[in-house]
Structure formats: C-alpha cells, structure tokens
Write a protein that binds this ligand. Structure first.
Ligand code: ATP
Ligand code: MG
Length: 189
C-alpha cells in the first residue's frame, strides 16, 4: 500500500512549495489533486462564476484509491480535505499555518480581489483546514506546522523531521483568534 502524506492548508500557504521540496530532496512523488482533476477530466462541469471545475468526487476517489494501491511514497498537496481521500493510506496530514496578515498580503500580491483574499484569510483564522483534517483523519495523524517567518527550506526540514520520526499528531500550536479580532482585521486590512 502507498504511503500518502497529505499537505494541506489555506490557499497560498505554501503547500506546493513544500511538496516540491519533498519531491526533489526526498524522492516523494507529487500528486496534485487539482491537476489530476483537470488532466483526467475528473469533474462534472465548469463553474463559470467561480472560474473552476466542479470536482466529480466519486471519480477522484476511485483514481486516488487506485494510486493508494501502488507502493509509492506520495505527497498530496491540496486545500480540499474531503471524503475522496483514501483515508487508510494517508499516514500523516501536515497542516501548514501562516500568520493571517502575512497570508492576506501574499494573496493580494497574487492579484486576488480583496474579497477572495479576505475569505481565505478568514478560513485561516478559523482553522478550517485543521478542523477538517482532524475530523476526517483523527488528531493522531494531523501535524500542524507554523510557517510564519520560516523559509521554505526551514519548513521542508521541519516536515522531514516529522515524517522520518513517524511522529503522532500535534495541533493547537497557533491561535489566530487570540491575536486578531476578525471584524477589526477585516476593516484594517
Ligand atoms: N516559507 C515560505 N516563505 C515565504 N514565501 C513562501 C514560503 N512558502 C511558499 N512561499 C511563497 O508563497 C506563494 C504560495 O506558495 P505555494 O504555491 O506553495 O502555495 P499553495 O499552498 O500551494 O497555494 P495554492 O493553494 O493556491 O495551490 C509562492 O509565491 C511561494 O513562493
Ligand atoms: Mg499549490
């Protein structure tokens, strides 16, 4: 059975960057669900308003299940955490976190609208990816990494330490709500 490492977190947080480092430096194979969906047409339709494909979760699940029967070491970067994931094969979920103000600026630098950048910043403040990962996989498999003020290389090294030691979960390391009042932050950003 494959070893799948889920790399999750709010859009723009650094999932692909970490996955590339784990691939280039440690030999993991990258499977990006978004790409798979586009390349293999695992969608039901194109949502014009959202400018994105609507994932056919059944098809995606079957595709990922097939992958999980291989004997590869796979990193799966995605901000979507859902039942399409082959739960049993997911050994660890690394949930990347980032100070919401830094994240907002990064998303705006991508030329995202204020609204879209804020929606995602709010999801980071409210721990959405962390909670979804814990719900789906159980807290023992979920390991949170705060990337704030850390280089991509430092994040990679931390991730590698977690994976090579087969550490059990760790969550609750950041508390953005204690630092920021979302209503006030939305006004000042
Ligand atoms: N540790 C880091 N420090 C500073 N910048 C970073 C770090 N990690 C990633 N970045 C930068 O942040 C941006 C977003 O990174 P990346 O594409 O890896 O995020 P992502 O989580 O995969 O985003 P998406 O959900 O949209 O796919 C990139 O410009 C990347 O170079
Ligand atoms: Mg990405």
């Amino acid at each position: 059975m494959a070893t799948i490492i889920l790399i999750t977190g709010t859009p723009g947080i650094g999932k692909t960057t970490l996955a590339k480092n784990l691939s280039q430096r440690s030999g993991y194979k990258i499977v990006e669900p978004n790409r798979l969906v586009r390349k293999e047409r695992l969608y039901t339709r194109f949502d014009k308003a959202r400018k994105s494909y609507v994932v056919d979760e059944g098809k995606l699940r079957r595709r990922l299940e097939a992958l999980s029967r291989s004997s590869e070491r796979i990193v799966l970067p995605t901000h979507l955490v859902g039942r399409f994931l082959p739960k049993a094969s997911v050994k660890t979920a690394l949930v990347l976190r980032l100070d919401p103000v830094v994240l907002y600026k990064r998303l705006r630098a991508r030329r995202w609208t204020k609204r879209k950048a804020w929606e995602n910043t709010e999801a980071e403040i409210l721990d959405v990816c962390l909670q979804e990962s814990r719900l789906l996989l159980g807290s023992r498999k979920v390991y949170e990494i705060d990337t704030t003020r850390k280089s991509a290389l430092a994040v990679y090294r931390e991730a590698l330490r977690v994976l090579s030691r087969g550490r059990t979960g760790r969550s609750g390391i950041v508390n953005w709500l204690a630092r920021y009042d979302p209503l006030e932050l939305e006004r000042t950003l």
